[in-house]
Write a protein that binds this ligand. Structure first.
Ligand code: FAD
Length: 468
């Protein structure tokens, strides 16, 4: 039986980052991948966010088109709005705004590439640092002695020993299950996400999409669908929690593909379907049960994707790095107990990932109620939003009359919109500004401000202009 300081199950972004960090900390490390190489499954998951460049600059500057030919950076995101008749009734283009504070976030919103290139690229950092990568090896169980976890067993019965095992084995984590940390996700903690991968000639993508990195198709007839552009193709997918589907998810994805607008886009992009995939993705209000004696769960295995949009690669890398650092410390101090490994929770909570989860419940709730509730919410949200956004550019009436028409029409949506705002928007805003709420709501401050506002108001009623 081979013996190591640290065993990592899974060579996705989380596992590779953990393996790299562990090897750099001097741990004899092995990480296992069931695929023939990391990223073999080529799951989407490759809109990379700028926080990765901020936090891991020397590593990320190595991610070049030579290493990842599918790489494509984009500064714009398009939001399409689709009504109940399947018509694109408007779109809003967004770019990094003036308040964005650092590079490269000022220059692009996501850097996209295929996982079949990204995962091997990141795994190479780990092997370069000295970690051993064992591909084509499915780990099927945890090795236990006197009830204590002390390694793993592969599908051929081969045993590998180590005092600590990191579960980096993704959404359906064997390590989580066998360690007793979790039997399975609840239905409202995991999403199923089918997606098409289309090929399109790079020059067409550049000419037609310009510097668009991605698009979100917000709709009343399917859960929000994402589109991510790579150098020579794009993904179109959508997801929802397991308890939210009333039909096969493909039925809804095909609704996107069959939109007239979408068919036109496929035609002008000269796009051809290349692959149909389906993946599971944990989507939680807050990660829990992340560690026990001799075991730490990271990335998807620990439920770390962002509670709003499920960005998962950055959290996997952050938690992978922290888990390896905590493991190194635990091994040095010869204390691998649950209580020693609780440092993992302490540390990730202090990171940008932890900060994201501070409003986890509110972010999760609003996402669930809005883009993931096409019938209940998007059916009134899309026309209401477009009434406000688009109504004014209309020559059917004098503009002042149009504004009154729009206001009256928007008012008709209030019985639905107001309860939504009270239930989902207010709690989110209150959570985000909770540290400042006391200041804003302080009655003494309010009393001191009100007279100043009153002073600004005109003392006399203005005379209406005489009619000529
Ligand atoms: C459709 C889709 C789109 C997404 N889009 C984005 C995006 O644009 N940006 C983003 O940041 N995130 C995105 N995500 C989320 C992101 O893909 C994940 O959060 C991220 O991959 C998590 O990394 P990980 O290392 O924890 O797990 P994974 O990437 O799932 O890696 C786990 C690895 O472990 C291996 N493995 C599993 N079990 C075993 C076993 N028993 N033995 C050996 N090996 C095993 C697997 O083969 C895999 O290689 C998306 C997810 C999905 C499903």
């Amino acid at each position: 039986m081979k013996t190591y300081d640290l065993i990592i199950v899974g060579a996705g972004p989380g596992g590779s980052m953990a393996a790299k960090t562990a090897a750099e900390n001097g741990l004899k490390t092995i990480f296992f991948e069931r695929g023939r190489k990391p990223g073999e499954k080529n799951s989407s998951g490759c809109g990379l966010g700028p926080r990765m460049w901020k936090q891991f600059p020397s590593m990320m500057k190595d991610l070049t088109p030579e290493k990842c030919p599918s790489l494509r950076a984009g500064a714009a995101a398009r939001n399409y709005f689709i009504n109940e008749e399947g018509i694109v009734v408007g779109y809003v283009m967004t770019r990094p705004t003036e308040s964005v504070s650092y590079e490269p976030a000022k220059s692009w919103i996501t850097m996209n590439c295929y996982r079949s290139e990204f995962d091997p690229w990141i795994a190479e950092f780990a092997t370069y640092a000295g970690a051993e990568l064992k591909n084509s090896t499915l780990i099927v169980n945890l090795l236990k002695k006197d009830g204590n976890i002390c390694g793993v067993v592969d599908e051929h019965g081969e045993k590998y020993k180590a005092p600590i095992v990191i579960g980096a084995d993704g959404a359906v984590s064997m390590v989580a299950k066998q360690s007793g940390l979790r039997t399975r996700w609840a239905q409202d903690q995991i999403t199923v996400t089918p997606q098409y991968d289309f090929f399109a000639p790079p020059n067409k993508i550049d000419d037609i999409m310009g510097d668009e990195a991605l698009a979100v198709w917000w709709s009343a007839i399917f859960p929000a669908s994402y589109q991510v552009f790579f150098h020579d193709g794009f993904h179109q997918g959508l997801g929802n929690w397991l308890n939210k589907w009333d039909k096969n998810p493909l039925f809804y994805l095909n609704r996107v593909i069959n939109l007239k607008y979408y068919q036109r886009l496929l035609k002008i992009l000269d796009a051809k379907p290349r692959e149909l995939q389906s993946h599971l993705l944990p989507w939680l209000k807050y990660p829990y049960n992340t560690h026990t004696d001799g075991v730490i769960l990271i990335g998807d295995a620990g439920g770390f994707p962002c509670p709003l949009e499920a960005e998962g690669i950055y959290p996997a890398m952050v938690t992978g790095k922290i888990a390896a650092e905590v493991a190194a410390e635990a091994i040095t101090s010869e204390d691998i107990s649950k209580s020693a490994l609780s440092k993992f929770d302490e540390m990730w909570k202090k990171t940008s990932v932890g900060e994201e989860f501070e409003a986890g419940e509110e972010l999760y709730n609003i996402w669930k109620a809005l883009p993931f509730s096409p019938k209940e919410t998007m059916s009134w949200f899309v026309p209401m939003f477009m009434e406000v956004m688009g109504g004014i550019y209309d020559w059917s009436q004098p503009h002042a009359k149009r504004v009154r028409q729009i206001a009256a029409h928007v008012k008709s949506y209030m019985p639905k919109a107001l309860p939504f705002i009270m239930k989902y928007v207010f709690p989110l805003v209150a959570k985000i500004f909770e540290n400042d709420l006391d200041k804003i709501m302080d009655p003494q401050k309010l009393m001191s401000v009100i007279p100043k506002i009153m002073d600004l108001l005109p003392k006399k009623k203005k005379q209406r202009r005489e009619k000529l």
